[in-house]
Design a protein around this ligand. Structure first.
Ligand SMILES: *Cc1c(COP(=O)(O)O)cnc(C)c1O
Length: 382
């Protein structure tokens, strides 16, 4: 039997093993410190991580919690969002953005997105705010913006529009922690910002985790209470309805060990994106850049003709290159949410994008050879 030339290691979409191998000693030591002290719930690492993340982001308060979804939920609970309230959200997003509104009995109002950067379209947002106000059924309360694929939304433009209509702005930064606008980092761009530490996000732990960033002292206090069943000064003094939404000590320890490497990882993601751009521009529609805004590159997402996408992703797979579709169906067409909107045709950009987007392998441990391999396979496939 002939021995074949060794083929390159299979490409990972997100390579968590490579990341662990790089920081193994620090991560193992951090986990073992927790095993030794035994304070598994709200141990000292949780507070240490919160202060380290406040320093990193420039936000005054960071409240760690059990997931990005709970971070969103805690923001809305702290703001008193509930029945009769309308909150504006993009339709082209992950389920959690809208899910938390339904859990509170509030009404998500789906808004279309920009066809180039995939984030909220301010013109469509304004139209929908006017429509909700004109119909008078719901009270418009705020805008839950999503920094899709890692690129911060135009928070200044959003805030100006929100101020005109007396609305609040909150950020779903599950994908964008590590990004920035000018010299302000994600976490310091909105009244309150939620992020996720899901393993595959730019700053991930090894299980579920999340955090809220805010400068507001009262909101921070309320969210610290909400994450622990609505406790007051004492654990058994319950002053509001809350959640069990604490961040695990072991996860906090892992994040603390990873934090010193994070800025370097974000830089490498940017370098990977630039290499993809150089190899792919003119061949497929590569992600757009926005002046002054830097992405955390949770995903590197291209657009291809909708009728060719399945064939392209199958051809990539044949060449050993994984790809993914985020998201194949916009929120307003999902079974659980359909009744809340105006159905097919009502958010044309979100609907078109869900047919065209394709995300390529993106993580800080991609080698230049692997990037070239992805580009070559893609160019052969389109
Ligand atoms: C991942 C994600 C969430 C939810 O985060 P979890 O930690 O998985 O709960 C929310 N919004 C967006 C945009 C996400 O990508």
């Amino acid at each position: 039997m002939a021995i074949e030339a060794s083929s390159p290691a299979p490409l990972a979409f997100v390579d968590l093993q490579a990341q662990y191998a790089s920081y193994k000693d620090e991560i193992d030591a951090a986990i073992h410190r927790v095993l030794d002290h035994g304070k598994f719930i709200m141990g000292p690492e949780v507070g240490e991580l919160e202060s380290a993340l406040a320093d990193f982001s420039g936000a005054k308060h960071v409240v760690g919690c059990s997931s990005g979804t709970d971070a969103l939920l805690m923001i809305l609970m702290a703001e008193g969002i509930g029945a009769g309230d309308a909150v504006f959200v993009p339709s082209f997003t992950f389920t959690a953005t809208a899910e938390v509104l339904l859990l509170l009995g509030a009404q998500p109002v789906f808004v279309d997105v920009d066809p180039d950067d995939f984030n909220l379209c301010l013109e469509d947002l304004e139209r929908r705010i006017d429509a909700v106000k004109a119909s008078g059924v719901y009270t418009p309360r705020g805008i839950l913006a999503v920094d899709l694929f890692g690129l911060p939304v135009d928070y200044a433009g959003l805030q100006a529009l929100a101020d005109m209509h007396g609305l609040k702005v909150w950020g779903d930064a599950a994908q964008s922690f590590g990004g920035s606008i000018g010299d302000r980092k994600v976490g310091a761009l909105a009244r309150a910002t939620a992020t996720s530490f899901f393993p595959a996000k730019p700053f991930g732990c090894y299980g579920d985790g999340g955090a809220v960033f805010t400068d507001d002292d009262v909101m921070a206090d309320v969210m610290r209470s909400i994450r622990a069943h609505g406790k007051g000064g004492d654990k058994y003094d319950i002053i509001r309805v809350g959640l069990n939404a604490r961040l695990d000590t072991i996860q906090a320890a892992i994040l603390l060990a990873k934090l010193p490497h994070f800025a370097g990882e974000v830089d490498r993601r940017e370098a990977v994106a630039q290499k993809y751009d150089a190899l792919l521009s003119g061949k497929v529609r590569t992600p757009v850049r926005r002046q002054g805004r830097s992405s955390a590159w949770a995903q590197y997402t291209i657009k291809v003709p909708a009728d060719r996408r399945d064939a392209i992703s199958a051809a990539l797979k044949q060449s050993g290159v994984p790809s993914a579709v985020y998201y194949p169906l916009p929120m307003h067409l999902q079974t659980a949410y359909r009744a809340m909107g105006d159905g097919k045709g009502s958010l044309p950009v979100s609907e078109a994008l869900s047919g065209e987007v394709l995300s390529l392998p993106m993580h800080p441990f991609l080698t230049d050879d692997q990037i070239a391999q992805v580009a070559e396979a893609l160019i052969g496939a389109v």
